[in-house]
Design a protein around this ligand. Structure first.
Ligand code: ADP
Length: 228
């Protein structure tokens, strides 16, 4: 099977305290092949993060089928989903989510069940690969924002996920740093054949990806205003 993500008739709605239901997402069909890199674009509020979090198993779809890596996420318990994510998916966020009291290496080790000599060697190689040699013992506040995001990349990739989900990873960086970081992220994913789904509202960023998903095309709630 060549697909790593398959979505069929996936819907997400929210019910507020007045029992009013708002439909925010309806994807009839989406198929993503292994090793491809996609930007996920569209205006604010169009459901990009919602879709990413459903694929990542951190948000449950209201209905429909979500298959990632051959596993039906809707059939997993919360605990099984946590384990599935830890084994198969890397996540990168806009705000890095590094722990301030831990060094760069210790932050990366958080993503590993049991740090070993081999994993320490691998962490060292990753720091070299992303041009952070010499920064392994630095604390987040001693690193620039671009360097902090590179540490977050290593943390997301150290357990060798086949799928990397990135939610506006360059959204809080200046233009030059954002461009360098995006180049690095794409380069690493293409080189390691990692499937990448990267949310961005920045068309300059999106245009650098081999493939783009425009939410306007995929989210039927946007096309129709509502879905039944
Ligand atoms: P994007 O990432 O494209 O900016 P989101 O996926 O964050 O959009 O949000 C899509 C829509 O879902 C928005 O209209 C947002 O207000 C709504 N939404 C997101 N989370 C919630 C929530 N917990 N409760 C109610 N509505 C929500």
């Amino acid at each position: 099977m060549n697909e790593i993500i398959t979505l069929s008739d996936v819907k997400k709605s929210y019910t507020d305290s007045n029992h009013e239901v708002t439909n925010v997402l309806h994807v009839e069909e989406m198929r993503i092949h292994k090793g491809e890199q996609f930007s996920l674009t569209g205006p604010s509020g169009c459901g990009k993060s919602t879709l990413l979090h459903i694929i990542g198993g951190v948000l449950e779809a209201s209905s429909g089928e979500v298959i990632v890596h051959g596993t039906h996420l809707e059939k997993l318990s919360m605990q099984q989903k946590d384990a599935f994510r830890a084994n198969n998916i890397g996540y990168v966020f806009q705000d890095f989510h590094l722990i301030p009291s831990l060094t760069a290496t210790e932050n990366v080790q958080l993503a590993l069940n049991k740090p070993s000599a081999a994993s320490l060697k691998s962490i060292g190689e990753w720091f070299h690969r992303v041009d952070l040699s010499g920064k392994q013992t630095a604390y987040p506040h001693e690193l620039s924002r671009g360097q902090q995001q590179r540490v977050a990349f290593i943390r997301a990739l150290i357990h060798q996920p086949k799928l990397l989900l990135a939610d506006e990873p360059t959204g809080s960086l200046d233009v030059k740093t954002a461009s360098d970081i995006m180049e690095l992220l794409l380069h690493v994913c293409i080189e390691q054949q990692i499937t990448l789904l990267c949310v961005t509202h920045d068309m300059a960023v999106a245009s650098r990806f081999p493939h783009t998903i425009e939410m306007q095309q995929f989210n039927r709630t946007m096309q129709q205003g509502v879905y039944e």
